[in-house]
Design a protein around this ligand. Structure first.
Ligand SMILES: NC(=O)c1ccc[n+]([C@@H]2O[C@H](COP(=O)([O-])OP(=O)(O)OC[C@H]3O[C@@H](n4cnc5c(N)ncnc54)[C@H](OP(=O)(O)O)[C@@H]3O)[C@@H](O)[C@H]2O)c1
Length: 257
């Protein structure tokens, strides 16, 4: 049994970022054509397009601000003009703000987080799900975080954005299920990606080891391990899973049944 996404088109938002890049590559390795969405890092997006074309899949790099309706709908029009209606959405982009206590976090950070987490999922659905309904097939996969369950100090803007998007996605799962569209969330733990690998020995392992020692599997996950779950949820193998929040964090959070 293998994950076969041949003939499918995926849009990966934030594909120029650390985890999104690996998701885009992995979907392409499964046979998917991919829209590489970026915000500012066009160079990275174009490099990824090249890599994916070498794999024999079609890819384009397209820009949008995922928290802005006009920008997302312009992006949708470009996707339709250059390719076709996507079968798979991976809503992965995020704006990160410095983590501060509630009493110190500026209001604009909450607003920005609301845009990049909650509104991204609303706008991507409004832009792309109508065409999925017509095809009676679709996969919406949003990237959350284990932090949404942990509610640690300093993370209120990030956590409230991610918990807000959880509400949108669970309701969406109920609203579009009858059209063969699944809606799920993948929730990584603190993940090893290229940014960290590039730093090599310059990385301080003290905090990292302390974190890993508390994870039931006693290690941190990798970007590839997150992308594997995205590919699975995008595939026919996961056709009966919807409305799920799937932690990929070595057991660090365990949603109650
Ligand atoms: N890395 C982790 O350990 C970890 C852990 C838990 C959850 N996550 C989740 O995994 C996802 C990816 O995280 P990451 O670490 O890969 O992030 P990252 O490397 O910081 O990448 C963020 C991506 O979002 C894009 N972006 C930022 N602002 C945007 C905007 N206004 N409109 C559109 N795109 C925008 C960036 O585009 P440009 O670079 O082109 O500007 C970039 O591609 C996020 O949802 C995050 O919450 C990550």
């Amino acid at each position: 049994m293998k994950i076969d996404l041949s003939g499918r088109l995926a849009v990966v938002t934030g594909a120029s970022g650390d985890l999104g890049r690996v998701m885009a590559r992995t979907l392409a390795r499964c046979g998917c054509d991919v829209v590489i969405h970026y915000h500012r890092n066009k160079t990275m997006a174009l490099q990824l397009v090249k890599e994916i074309r070498i794999l024999g899949r079609y890819a384009v790099a397209l820009q949008a601000d995922v928290g802005d309706r006009k920008s997302v709908f312009g992006f949708r029009d470009n996707v339709l003009r250059q390719l076709r209606a996507p079968d798979i959405l991976v809503n992965n982009a995020v704006i990160q703000y410095p983590w501060k206590p509630v009493l110190e976090q500026p209001v604009k950070d909450y607003e920005g987080q609301f845009r990049s987490s909650v509104l991204q999922n609303v706008l991507m659905a409004q832009a792309f799900v109508p065409a999925m309904k017509k095809k009676s097939f679709g996969r919406v996969i949003a990237i959350s975080t284990e932090c949404a369950m942990m509610n640690f100090e300093g993370q209120s803007a990030y956590v409230s954005g991610k918990r807000g998007m959880d509400g949108v996605l669970r309701v969406l799962a109920r609203e579009v299920g009858e059209h063969g569209i699944t809606v799920n969330q993948v929730a990584p733990g603190w993940t090893i990606g290229d940014k960290e690998r590039k730093l090599g020995n310059r990385v301080s392992f003290k905090g990292r080891n302390a974190y890993a020692s508390k994870v039931p599997l006693r290690r941190r996950g990798t970007d590839q391990e997150i992308a594997n779950v995205v590919a699975f949820l995008a595939s026919d193998l996961a056709g009966f899973i919807t409305g799920a929040y799937v932690p990929v964090c070595g057991g660090n959070v365990m949603p109650a049944i």
